[in-house]
Design a protein around this ligand. Structure first.
Ligand SMILES: Nc1nc2c(ncn2[C@@H]2O[C@H](COP(=O)(O)OP(=O)(O)OP(=O)(O)O)[C@@H](O)[C@H]2O)c(=O)[nH]1
Ligand SMILES: [Mg+2]
Length: 436
């Protein structure tokens, strides 16, 4: 799966990693390679364009981190971008029970196999599952589904001879209540091509079943055409997700990158083999990591993130040491620290920090502090000592806080300032959490 892209990227990365510097020229070269690799892997041209443009802008606009090789940094940008293209807000199946799942897709895309796979997956997740053979056009289809289901001990509901579709579905409804099913999966007839009549039939079936999930099964080898197929189905019925089947079989597999972006339908699972167990929950990070060479990329990502953290902390340290530490800076640093991780954890490294333990800053508190600081004049922020009673009253009105809160905050800030003064007079003293 995606072997082609994998090969191309890994050879590109080998070159990139040697770069001592990222210039506009070598970024353009790398982007060109990426464009070719993505196109060769059957990624939609529009998506290729967008990814390349985005990566280029980000690479040019990113500050080069000192201890990270520029090539590595570039790879990280590309890595994150690909994940963004694959990721969706919706990641799992709808949580309401009983859950009805309708599978649809073109002829031979893998619906019946996927229905059985999904049933097994649900069963493993402690659901009571039933499979419904709603493919009435092909008698062999019922047999195929029954055979697969018997392998995993799942009941199949099939129409009786000459039973009408509406009657059959009503019967399934009451039967599934009796059997206390929590998940009911409907396998439908394939559509040879985007045939209007069959699409209409599917719409009718959808109306009768009223499923919470409508999943389209797309053969990974369909490539860009898959995007058109999803679009056409989506016009008729509200698709809630997509399953990429036969992901093991196609060396290109680029459809994955296009389909979510172009159609907005999230990929939920992928079929990775003919066996009934071969169904995986779709995880963009895992796929991209695999693509980039797993072990390598994980350590690289961690390294870049650690470096970003270190650089932000170094900035803070510089400011603190320069003694021009006003309330504006304090606010900026607090926001930054909040981003860096649990604030209390950072402060807990500071044995001398006054009021340690009470320094947990939750979002609500931070917002109030922000409001206080923003209600001050620039002069007050630079030199908080001038804030007298009258000024406090004004600030409290402006920020919707109380004078007591302002007093408390100023007291804290003063303590921090004093501590900073103490530190900055000690030659070569390093704050414990600032060490390299
Ligand atoms: N390698 C591989 N083969 C798969 C996968 N999913 C399905 N297949 C195979 O694809 C073929 C078609 O699968 P079906 O499940 O019958 O497809 P369908 O969409 O139900 O087909 P119709 O009902 O005729 O429209 C079968 O030979 C399956 O074994 C997969 O994830 N990997
Ligand atoms: Mg079928």
């Amino acid at each position: 799966m995606l072997e082609l892209l994998q090969q191309k990227l890994q050879s590109l990365f080998k070159n990139l990693r040697g770069y001592g510097k990222l210039s506009e020229e070598n970024i353009s070269g790398a982007i060109r390679e990426i464009r070719l690799a993505l196109l060769a892997s059957d990624v939609h041209i529009q998506v290729v364009k967008e990814i390349c443009e985005e990566v280029k802008q980000k690479a040019l606009g990113t500050k080069v981190l000192e201890s990270i090789r520029p090539g590595d940094q570039f790879i990280k940008i590309f890595h994150d971008e690909l994940i963004e293209y694959l990721a969706a807000d919706k990641t799992g199946l709808c949580s309401s029970r009983p859950l009805k799942i309708l599978l649809c897709g073109l002829n031979g895309s893998g619906k019946t196999t996927t229905a059985a796979k999904l049933a097994l997956w649900c069963k493993k997740n402690r659901e009571r599952v039933g499979l419904v053979a709603a493919d009435l056009t092909r008698p062999a289809a019922i047999e195929q589904l029954s055979k697969l289901a018997s392998l995993v001990g799942i009941t199949v509901y099939a129409p009786k001879e000459s039973e009408r579709l509406d009657d059959f579905l009503i019967r399934v409804d009451s039967q599934s209540v009796q059997d206390r099913l929590s998940v009911i999966i409907y396998d439908t007839a394939g559509r040879l091509d985007l045939d209007e009549e069959l699409l209409e039939e599917l719409r009718h079936l959808h109306e009768l079943v009223c499923p919470q999930e409508v999943l389209i099964v797309i053969d990974s080898a369909t490539g860009q055409k898959g995007v058109d197929v999803v679009r056409a189905f989506k016009e008729k019925i509200p698709l809630t997700g997509l399953i990429l089947s036969k992901f093991d079989g196609d060396a290109r597999g680029g459809a994955a990158f296009s389909v979510k972006k172009v159609t907005g339908v999230p990929i939920l699972f992928m079929g990775t083999g003919e066996k009934i167990e071969s169904l995986e929950v779709f995880r963009p990070e895992r796929l991209v990591d695999r693509l980039f060479g797993f072990g390598d990329i994980v350590s690289l990502v961690e390294k870049v993130e650690a470096q970003v953290k270190e650089e932000s902390i170094a900035e803070i340290e510089k400011k603190i040491r320069s003694k021009q530490f006003g309330l504006d800076d304090f606010l900026v640093q607090m926001r930054m620290l909040k981003k860096l991780g649990p604030l209390e954890q950072l402060f807990s490294y500071l044995p001398q920090f006054p009021g340690k333990g009470q320094m947990t800053i939750d979002d609500k508190k931070l917002k109030r502090i922000e409001a206080i600081v923003l209600s001050m004049t620039p002069e007050e922020r630079k030199n908080p000592d001038i804030i007298n009673g009258k000024r406090k009253l004004r600030i409290s009105r402006g920020s919707g806080t109380t004078v007591a809160e302002i007093n408390e905050f100023l007291k804290r800030f003063d303590a921090v300032r004093k501590m900073i003064k103490k530190f900055s007079t000690k030659e070569g003293f390093k704050l414990p959490f600032f060490k390299n």
